[in-house]
Design a protein around this ligand. Structure first.
Ligand code: GLU
Length: 296
């Protein structure tokens, strides 16, 4: 038991829940309930091009049908832009941000010309000032930032931000806050003590821990759950052909999700009601049994 446990599920409304997102929803819900904790639902709707109309409502109704009930009001990031702006102002005051006019294409070109690791921002705009006001994103400086954090499943991890991702975007060129910033502000404001989410986000945790430290926020505990792969070995998602969870077979989906998390539900639960399966799963939740295939 962890007194004062506050967990959350924070889906982006890019489509209906599928087996991959069920793993995160169920794992985070079970960890919260097994710790007698609170479980909050936050809709991360600040990336309009990726969003799907009606997806947030559909996610909520599937969670309800699954019996994964959340506590309190659902929050929507699109309604919280002022909070993200205040955090950005604090980072500006600390002189940690600079404007960047690079496009993805120009970054790829520079990185390959320099022979640097792909995906690491080469610092092209580091000394740029706001003088000529072209459309720009804001990046945060990462020079010399070395992060150590513990993950409940993947163990102790370290990340050298400058060499592993470089200065990263906290405000996008379209004016919206970047995911890294929004997630950290909302985890703080919702007083989240435990983040349980997919291991595809494991390598984002160093960036988030850095933002927490410069913004003066406490760091929650992290548990990254293994991701479900499609038959082609890619993370299961709408793009890789994940099917929406079918209302008619939710019980089977929950049992399969428990097996995926290595929780070994007994055979007699195959004919049980969903509520009974979830009760068993809370009482027998053992995250230490979850297997992972090495840090992604
Ligand atoms: N919104 C993110 C997603 O759906 C999850 C963010 C998080 O759990 O930190 O992938």
């Amino acid at each position: 038991m962890f007194p004062g446990y506050v967990g959350r599920f924070a889906p982006s409304p890019t489509g209906p829940l599928h087996f991959g997102s069920l793993i995160t929803a169920l794992g985070s819900w079970l960890d919260a309930r097994a710790n007698n904790g609170t479980w909050l639902l936050r809709i991360e709707d600040i990336d309009p091009p990726r969003e799907h109309p009606g997806a947030a409502d559909r996610i909520k109704s599937t969670l309800d049908a699954l019996g994964l009930h959340w506590d309190g009001e659902v929050i929507y990031q699109s309604q919280r832009l002022a909070y993200f702006d205040s955090a950005l102002e604090l980072l500006v005051e600390k002189e940690l941000l600079y404007p960047c006019v690079c496009s993805r294409k120009s970054i790829r070109k520079t990185v390959s010309e320099l022979g640097h690791a792909a995906g690491v921002y080469p610092g092209t705009c580091l000394n740029r000032t706001h003088e000529n006001d072209q459309p720009h994103s804001l990046r945060i400086k990462t020079s010399g930032v070395h992060i150590e954090f513990a993950d409940q499943i993947y163990g102790d991890l370290t990340e050298d931000l400058a060499s592993e991702c470089g200065d990263f975007v906290v405000k996008r060129r379209d004016g919206l806050p970047a995911y890294q910033l929004a997630v950290v502000v909302d985890d703080f404001q919702q007083t989240i003590t435990h983040v349980v989410r997919g291991a595809d986000l494991l390598d984002n945790t160093g960036r988030q821990a850095y933002l927490q430290s410069v913004l003066g926020y406490p760091r929650p505990a992290y548990m990254h759950l293994p991701v479900v792969l499609s038959s082609a070995g890619k993370k299961l998602s709408k793009q890789t052909g994940a099917l929406p969870l079918a209302d008619t077979s939710l019980t089977d989906s929950v049992l399969s999700a428990l097996r995926f998390l290595n929780q070994d539900p007994p055979g007699e639960l195959s004919n049980a009601l969903n509520t009974e399966i979830l009760e068993w799963a809370i009482a027998n939740w053992q995250p230490n049994l979850i297997k992972h295939a090495g840090a992604p």
